[in-house]
Design a protein around this ligand. Structure first.
Ligand code: XMP
Length: 186
């Protein structure tokens, strides 16, 4: 598979984001709410870079079923939903694609009484967004290709890869010129 973002670049970027979040939330009642399952790895690495007191909580959302690379209906499981009343929530997701997941969860957190809701994503895919949401923290901007690794999966495979790679699909069978012409930013 074509490696889009190396382990080292991810490590450096997560360190920088963690320090930025630490400075921005100093003295504030921060809860980082990670959206399972894709953000598991970024959550573990990010919170160890945020050197201020904060809580961690989990929600589950999914729009991809099984061995597909096309999104279906958004399913949200709030069984572990935290008490965020009066707290600053930072929603953390692996990737911003159409924007439906994050936009929906921002509303859910506000409805649950959060003081302020902001968003952080490891990746933002360009050219796919359907909902107008701007992430407050973004690791890397990537071209429109289906990616796996560092928590991101295809049918629950590949999450363990320490880098982000492009999954070959019938529409996108291998390394293309696109990545070179459209460098990953972050
Ligand atoms: P939306 O469209 O709601 O989607 O912004 C966010 C969720 O879609 C999944 N997603 C992907 N998962 N490789 C993946 O492994 C991808 O390229 C990809 N694009 C979207 C992901 O679960 C994310 O939370």
């Amino acid at each position: 598979m074509e490696i889009l973002i190396s382990e080292e670049r991810i490590r450096d970027r997560i360190h920088a984001l963690g320090k930025q979040i630490e400075a921005d939330y100093l003295g504030r009642p921060l809860t980082i709410v990670a959206i399972l399952t894709g953000s598991l790895i970024v959550l573990a690495d990010l919170i160890r870079e945020v050197g201020i007191p904060h809580r961690v909580a989990l929600l589950q959302a999914s729009s991809y079923k099984g061995a597909t690379t096309t999104a279906g209906a958004l399913i949200i499981n709030e069984s572990f939903a935290p008490d965020v009343a009066g707290r600053d929530v930072l929603l953390l997701d692996d990737i911003l694609d159409t924007g439906h997941t994050l936009a929906t969860l921002v509303h859910r957190m506000s409805d649950r009484g959060a003081l302020r809701v902001r968003t952080a994503v490891l990746l933002r895919k360009l050219g796919r967004q359907e909902v107008g949401i701007e992430p407050d923290y973004c690791g890397f901007v990537i071209p429109d290709r289906f990616v796996v690794g560092y928590g991101l999966d295809h049918n629950d495979d590949y999450r363990h890869l320490p880098y982000v790679a492009v999954l070959p699909t019938p529409e996108d069978p291998g390394a293309s010129e696109e990545t070179g012409q459209f460098p990953v930013m972050g």
